[in-house]
Write a protein that binds this ligand. Sequence first.
Ligand code: NAI
Length: 255
Amino acid sequence: MSRLENKVALITGAASGIGHATARRFAEEGATVIGFDLNAAGEHWQDVVSLAVGSEFVTGDVTREADVVSTVEGVSKAHGRIDILVNAAGVSSYGDTTDVEEDEWDRVMNINLKGSFLFAKHAARVMLAQGSGSIVHIASVEGLLGLNGQISYGTSKGAVIQMTRNMAADFAKRGIRVNCVCPGAIETPLTAVLQDESMKPIKDQMVSAHLLGRFGEAIEIANAILFLASDEASFVTGHPLVVDGGWTAGSVLSV
Ligand code: NAI
């Protein structure tokens, strides 16, 4: 039996990285997947459609409530329900407290925090009407640790973790679970900037911060999202699931 048989899943950020890996993984498990992204899906979305007939892709901006409302209404009308929402749209940002301009702060908060709030707000209304649902946000270990030069990104991710708890409490008695994953560094276009030779010293430090001594793969986060989204996690809500190769667990000293 597939783990997401008969489930309808809406996934933001589905054109790339963790969102796309999740869409593909969900399709393998029998879900009908509706991807949403600012960018068009590209050819690789065919993987998802060929695995899960009826899957679709919608372009739009998570920061625009009109885009969110029309997408949620469209999915609800076409499929009759929304069982799972995964908020994987997000952007990185660099700069410390005295460097970051107001526009950049607003951009990061709007995409990483407000976009996830808006999709949860509207998808939850559908879930409340049907009496069940599972929402998974993507936070980060950077919402748990304070890293230098990451003031807006880290703050947005810390807020996503707290938003997860508040939403879990809002919906606990009404059939909706809300959780988030906190990935370590993952090989996706978001971290591609670290491939540049000039970034090697930083990348090396980040690799060694993970006890497992490597960056993660998008599929390793997709598998954790799958667990939280599925009925296997029926007693889990308000939880930030850390999937970070041991980054936050400790460090290995040279002896
Ligand atoms: P990615 O860059 O591969 O994918 C992010 C997707 O979000 C892109 O397809 C992009 O077009 C979309 N997006 C950006 N702004 C949008 C908007 N306004 N409206 C709609 N879509 C928009 O990045 P990745 O790595 O897959 O990141 C996914 C999530 O995971 C993000 O929230 C990121 O912060 C988080 N994360 C990523 C980590 C990593 O090391 N890659 C580590 C921890 C968290």
